[in-house]
Write a protein that binds this ligand. Structure first.
Ligand code: GLN
Ligand code: ZN
Length: 784
């Protein structure tokens, strides 16, 4: 079974390759199968069979699309939940706190989801994508070994189906950079320092894969492109260079031959620029290196390793300019093969799956041509194979495909809606004044007079629990089964209920509860021109959770007010101020597929102008408080330090453009969904919002003294109720947290609110929690 002769010709993946493929199934079959298993509706065998079907369907599809089934060009990149969790389980890096974990998949899911009062591994964002991975916990006592052979078994399964895959595993350096030290570890311990102990487990894995006949293994090292990750791990670039040298030097020193100690090694560096780390990797002796030529550059070509040139964007949904990509490939020195810049995990399966019916097209904001401008995963595989054929046989071998791509791009550039002159003129006419509100102290005075709020005002972040009746009404309306009027009546009834409840609880600044919103970005994307939504464009966000990001394809305009009627109605019910709720420009961009034909800053400002008009209309409808949420502000922060200042400049600028038209007496709030501010703390001040609510309950208000030290003097609402858990905090608990806040920052600026929106919670927890929050505010107020 050990036929691994691929380098005798000196070529690697001559037909092109991709770094990974969506794993959840074309119709989210895997999602359904795991969720049915979790719910106890099916057994393990049924789940394994469904997963096998998804894997085999992927293999068939990739071969049909033109990847070579025999030489390791097809990645074996399946996962039941997450690839970092897979690596942890494969390498035996299971934290001690999971003592007595069940073997196999049941234990694997316990690590991912927790069980009883056993909390799961922490989850956090994967580089600058919307994917989330599980954070391994490492201590000085963690023993690494080849503890699970699922990767090997999947390779054998594929082989039996006629495809020799290239197994994909997170590489050792990135694995440790992503890990955190377990609670038991001593102060100052870094998981990174365990590299020498970890590498032998990788060596054992390579040995097992060589035995199974794998010609190549792909080790993913995105950690090498991220300064942010290095900073968080407390590791310098020089240390990483040494780590690359020693880990890959050791692995490469295992000999390659048939049935021998290891397969050939492809090391990937997606999501950015490998920079000076290319050299140690190249010198280590690995056979191939995949670089991201969409985000990063390849200033020095490797001299020893074969280069897999990631010229097809794995991360966006736009059809590539194949001529330009071919020029890029031609400019690279030495032998290269064609690849994607990243795994295709981040894009939907297939543009051709979209039904795109005319009736739905209008509602979904699609111009009929849009389909031809897009490339989802399957289209990208074809792009890779076309470029590979052009490299091998010259451009004329694929002339039709190149011309078709050029024609589609030309059509896109000239299509109505892509450039809207009025939008361009408005942007060009902006001046500094459009980005600045009046002096902060004058605003404070005007708002105090208008709102007349008590000290420590209480409020919520916006959404109230989404009951099943709300969801049913919304989906019936979307399908046309419920008429506009009946839908409006249902939503208004919900808004009235939520307003009355807040009044009765005694909150100071009310919200309408957001029952009409499926999602805080999709809602606006459906109402703005320039966006399209898809029917089946699902991408994995984490585990079985998938999202359907809207596609921002054209200049953005607002045909009509988007939130005004709901807010006006809510305000008509009460004397208390009701907040208008908007999603900010950066978050709208972060959670969409954004056009690639102009700077992000320009696109953000277009969205900002639409929001600015909405703010004005809300003001005209009598709204005195407007909240513009930016939970994704930190998410989009570039991975390389050198790019961060520019990002913060335009992202903060777009928020200011959205809000700076507000009158001094209109109170602008913003909400950020996290508490570790680090490199964005200055930006938070720069947003110039009157009040910023943040997550703080779990970290026990840690961020408040930090904000104080950074000179932050505007309103701040550190969350005192952790909404990520069903627990109801007691009055005493909330009082204590609030006490911590008012002792570390001027009580005059403190607001009292939960950590985040309440839409994922139930009323049974939310009601008592909010009552406790109001009672705590009263207690602390009395003691001021
Ligand atoms: N206003 C939104 C809500 O309350 C904010 C959600 C978020 O921060 N992700 O749901
Ligand atoms: Zn939030």
């Amino acid at each position: 079974m050990t036929t691994t002769d691929t380098t005798s010709t000196g070529a690697a993946f001559p037909g092109g390759t991709i770094l990974g493929y969506p794993r959840i199934g074309r119709r989210r079959e895997l999602k359904r199968a795991v969720e049915a298993y979790w719910a106890g509706r099916t057994d393990l065998d049924t789940l394994e069979a469904a997963a096998r079907e998804v894997r085999l369907a992927t293999l068939r599809r990739l071969v049909e699309l033109g990847l070579d089934p025999a030489d390791g060009s097809v990645p074996g990149s399946f996962s039941f939940y997450d690839q970092v969790l897979d690596a942890a389980v494969t390498l035996g890096a299971v934290p001690d706190r999971f003592d007595g974990l069940q073997p196999g998949l049941p234990g694997y899911f316990t690590l991912a989801r927790g069980a009883g009062d056993q909390p799961p591994l922490e989850m956090t964002k994967w580089f600058d994508t919307n994917y989330h991975y599980l954070v391994p916990e490492i201590s000085p006592a963690t023993t690494f070994s080849l503890a699970d052979d699922r990767v090997v078994r999947e390779h054998l399964e594929a082989r039996e189906a006629g495809v020799t895959t290239r197994p994909v595993v997170v590489g050792p350096v990135t694995f440790l950079l992503l890990a955190k030290s377990s609670d038991a570890a001593p102060e100052g311990f870094r998981p990174f320092d365990r590299l020498a102990d970890l590498v032998p487990a990788y060596a054992a894995l390579l040995g097992a894969l060589a035995q199974a006949g794998a010609p190549w293994v792909q080790l993913d090292e995105p950690g090498l492109v991220s300064d942010t990750l290095l900073d968080a791990a407390g590791v310098t670039r020089a240390e990483v260079a040494d780590a690359v040298r020693s880990a890959y030097g050791t692995l490469a020193a295992l000999t390659v031959d048939d049935g021998g100690a290891r397969p050939r090694l492809l090391v990937t560096a997606p999501y950015g620029d490998l920079g000076d780390l290319l050299t140690p990797l190249d010198e280590s002796g690995v056979e191939a290196i995949a670089v991201d030529l969409v985000r990063g550059s390849a200033p020095v070509a490797p001299t020893r390793a074969h280069l897999v040139a990631g010229v097809i964007d794995g991360h966006g949904v736009w059809r590539a300019d194949l001529e330009a990509r071919l020029d890029r490939l031609g400019a690279l020195a030495g032998p290269v093969s064609v690849g994607t810049s990243t795994s295709l995990l981040h894009v939907p399966h297939d543009v051709d799956d979209e039904t795109w019916s005319d009736a739905a097209a209008d509602r979904a904001g699609r111009t009929p041509e849009l389909r031809r401008w897009l490339a989802f995963a399957d289209q990208k595989v074809r792009e890779v194979t076309v470029l590979a054929r052009a490299l091998a046989g010259g451009p004329d071998a694929v002339r039709d495909a190149l011309d078709e791509a050029s024609a589609a791009l030309a059509e896109r550039a000239a299509a109505p809606g892509v450039v809207v002159p009025a939008v361009r003129e408005r942007l060009a006419a902006l001046t500094e004044d459009d980005f600045a509100r009046g002096a902060h102290d004058e605003r404070v005075a005007a708002q105090r007079e208008r709102l007349g709020l008590p000290p420590l005002p209480t409020t919520t972040i916006g959404s109230f629990p989404q009951t099943s009746e709300i969801r049913k009404a919304r989906s019936a309306w979307a399908k046309g089964e419920l008429g506009d009027e009946a839908y409006t009546t249902a939503m208004r009834a919900e808004i009235e209920r939520v307003v009355r409840l807040q009044e009765e609880i005694g909150l100071d600044v009310l919200v309408h509860g957001e029952p009409e919103r499926n999602d805080m970005v999709q809602y606006f994307a459906e109402l703005l021109d320039g966006f399209a939504t898809t029917d089946l464009g699902w991408v994995q966000s984490y585990g079985s959770r998938c999202v359907r990001p809207p596609i921002l394809w054209g200049d953005v305009t607002r045909p009509a007010p988007m939130t005004v009627e709901w807010t006006r109605y809510a305000q008509s019910l009460t004397e208390q101020p009701v907040k208008g709720m908007l999603t900010g420009p950066v978050t709208i961009l972060a959670w969409s597929f954004v056009r690639d034909d102009q700077p992000l800053a320009d696109t953000a400002n277009q969205v900002a102008l639409a929001l600015r008009d909405e703010v004005r209309d809300l003001e005209e409808a009598g709204t005195a408080v407007v909240q513009v949420d930016e939970p994704a502000l930190r998410e989009l922060l570039p991975l390389r330090r050198a790019d961060q200042a520019d990002y913060l400049r335009w992202s903060v600028g777009s928020f200011r453009l959205a809000t700076a038209g507000a009158a001094a007496s209109t109170q602008v709030h913003t909400h950020l969904c996290y508490s570790e501010f680090g490199e964005v703390i200055g930006a938070i001040d720069g947003l110039d919002a009157d009040v910023t609510s943040i997550e703080a309950a779990r970290s026990r208000m840690e961020v408040v003294p930090e904000l104080n030290a950074a000179g932050y003097a505007r309103g701040v609402g550190p969350g005192v109720y952790d909404i990520h858990s069903p627990r109801v905090p007691s009055v005493q608990e909330v009082t204590e947290l609030l006490g911590l806040a008012v002792r570390s920052i001027d009580p005059a600026v403190v607001w009292v609110n939960p950590d985040c929106g309440l839409k994922t919670r139930g009323y049974a927890e939310v009601e008592p929690s909010l009552r406790h929050l109001v009672a705590a505010a009263q207690t602390v107020r009395a003691g001021l």
